[in-house]
Design a binder for this molecule. Structure first.
Ligand SMILES: *Cc1c(COP(=O)(O)O)cnc(C)c1O
Length: 383
């Protein structure tokens, strides 16, 4: 099965350092000098594209951006210091006071906080809708400027029919953005389904090794130009060369890792669904919405009241307690910990998430070892 990324060919071009190195050089410099007054003047007047300063342009970062644009089938990409930097810098490049945002419910908690704590006080109105409302109500996006999407959403992983939503958006002239961190470009290419701007927390599957925090945005040239013109230089949350190097390393194995995560997730869904203590497994897959071609390793499980969640969490040995996901290590995040920590205004609580829900990040360890860990922990924690 092919993911169609064809990154191998592009790897060779973006990494050519003239010596045949197979990984890109880390160009660890803040500034770039010019041979002559004329060359400098030409560049500053926008008549050449040579790098000037690493806050806005760096060859190691550019190599990663070229690969990401290719992976998402976009024209251009821009890297950021974190997923949240990518999200905030992208939204701020396109909204102004008085605008309205239609946001998917169960959005990533810090994206929710960005909307509520920063955008709303600046006079932006934000309303939250379920995937069903986005899909079925053709007039939902009337008088809206931006549709901010996740498919699937965070924690409860509700998928969204992107073709339907982008058709409504196009009819009303609404800009669409999607956080594609869960599926990665291997399992979902939203630009091909009509979404305008795709962004990622590259800290997750793209990095794949839990060793960096980064973000990236992919879109048509005109949207990326706007971000490069406004929020990348002026907010300055740029991606660092070393981080970009790690992400390029991650991209080389992304496809292989995603297939392994998927195989483990498929095994888990079958077996979890058969357990008497399990009420529901939230894990969208290829048949749930058009355009989703795989199942990632991040899912959540709702147990019934017979399972003592703290005891279950403590009894696990392979799954470690922690936030984030997408790396080698399997992790568990009990929703009640997330909810208690996030407090009143949290979107999860507003939209009702069961306290018996746990999110599992299925890592790259042996699937049978992970499963044995779950069953043995359940034995000691079920009353
Ligand atoms: C982690 C995450 C983010 C935030 O990314 P950072 O790199 O931590 O800033 C955004 N969206 C989703 C879905 C995430 O899981």
């Amino acid at each position: 099965m092919t993911d169609g990324l064809d990154l191998a060919t592009l790897m060779a071009t973006v990494m050519d350092d003239g010596n045949g190195a197979v990984t890109p050089p880390i160009v660890q410099t803040s500034l770039f000098t010019f041979d002559s007054y004329e060359a400098f003047e030409n560049r500053m007047a926008g008549r050449s594209n040579k790098a000037i300063y690493t806050r806005v342009q760096n060859p190691t970062v550019a190599a990663f951006e070229a690969l990401m644009a290719k992976a998402e089938r976009g024209e251009a990409a821009v890297g950021f210091a974190s997923g949240m930097a990518a999200i905030s810098s992208t939204i701020l490049a396109f909204v102004k006071p008085g605008d309205r945002i239609a946001c998917v419910e169960h959005v990533y908690p810090d994206s929710y906080r960005f909307m509520e704590r920063l955008l709303r006080p600046f006079g932006v109105q934000i309303d939250y809708y379920s995937p069903k409302q986005f899909e079925d109500d053709a007039d939902l996006l009337k008088d809206v400027q931006l549709a901010y999407l996740e498919s699937p959403s965070s924690v409860v992983f509700q998928p969204l029919n992107l073709k339907k939503v982008t058709a409504h958006a196009k009819r009303h002239g609404v800009l669409t953005m999607i956080d594609n961190s869960w599926a990665s470009p291997v399992f979902q290419k939203p630009l091909a389904q009509g979404v305008d701007i795709v962004l990622h927390s590259a800290s997750k599957y793209i990095s794949g090794h839990s060793d960096t925090v980064a973000g990236v945005v992919v879109a048509s040239q005109k949207y990326i130009d706007r971000i490069r013109d406004l929020t990348l230089p002026l907010l300055g949350a740029k991606l660092a060369p070393f981080e970009a190097f790690l992400l390029t390393r991650g991209l080389r194995t992304l496809s292989a890792r995603m297939r392994q995560h998927e195989a483990t997730a498929n095994l888990f869904i079958d077996r979890l669904s058969a357990l008497p203590q399990v009420r529901h497994v939230h894990s969208p897959g290829p048949n749930d919405v058009p355009g989703l071609t795989g199942r990632s390793g991040l899912l959540s499980v709702e147990f019934d009241d017979s399972v003592d969640i703290p005891e279950f969490s403590n009894a696990l040995t392979h799954f470690r307690l922690g936030v984030s996901w997408g790396g080698f290590e399997s992790l568990i995040l009990p929703a009640r910990v997330g909810i208690a920590q996030i407090g009143e205004e949290n979107s999860m609580q507003r939209f009702g998430v069961s306290p018996n829900l746990v999110r599992l990040n299925l890592g790259l360890e042996e699937a049978e070892d992970l499963w044995a860990d779950i069953t043995s922990a359940l034995t000691t924690s079920t009353v």
